[in-house]
Design a protein around this ligand. Structure first.
Ligand SMILES: [Zn+2]
Length: 169
């Protein structure tokens, strides 16, 4: 897994160590992980070198209430994490942001796993905005990814390891 970094919230090594906790089948997924710095960086990519459809960029940039903290695509094989979209209102501390980032990273990595193993491949794709919102939240792929991330971050061993890696309590 290739990790590209434009954000200083968390280090490259911390991200890699956390992904390692999921095992080699996740660490070895042929996906690129990008952790973005700010909305401006996403905007610039959309203008210069887009790698998602316009609707996805619109979801990230123009819908602050429902903006996804991450997006995974199977083509190209990319996991994008948007730390600035991680429940800004509920996050008061840097350590919560770091933990939230790992939670959403796990969620998106599960989507990468779904693509790689062709799970839910015949399901309709919904966007986390507008009239698709409810269908999106209830889709089997979403439920599976939420459950995966939740199970991992609440597993006592993994939970304590993540906190050790991120140096938070
Ligand atoms: Zn998802």
């Amino acid at each position: 897994m290739d990790i590209i970094f434009h954000n200083e919230v968390i280090t490259h090594e911390q991200v890699r160590e956390c992904i390692k906790l999921l095992g080699d089948e996740y660490l070895d997924l042929p996906f690129q992980v990008i952790i973005y710095k700010d909305v401006a960086e996403v905007q610039k990519e959309w203008e210069n070198e887009p790698n998602m459809i316009d609707r996805s960029y619109e979801d990230v940039i123009y819908h602050p209430d429902t903006a996804p903290p991450g997006i995974c695509t199977g083509n190209p094989k990319m996991i994008r994490i948007y730390p600035f979209n991680i429940g800004v209102s509920e996050i008061s501390e840097l350590q919560e942001l770091k933990f939230g980032l790992i939670y959403y990273l796990f969620h998106e990595i599960r989507h990468a796993y779904q693509y790689q193993h062709e799970l839910f491949k015949d399901d309709t794709i919904y966007h986390p905005s507008g009239e698709d919102m409810v269908n999106y939240a209830n889709s089997p792929a979403e439920k599976d990814a939420y459950k995966f991330a939740e199970d991992k971050v609440t597993d006592p061993f993994i939970n304590s390891k993540i906190k050790e890696i991120l140096e938070i309590d």
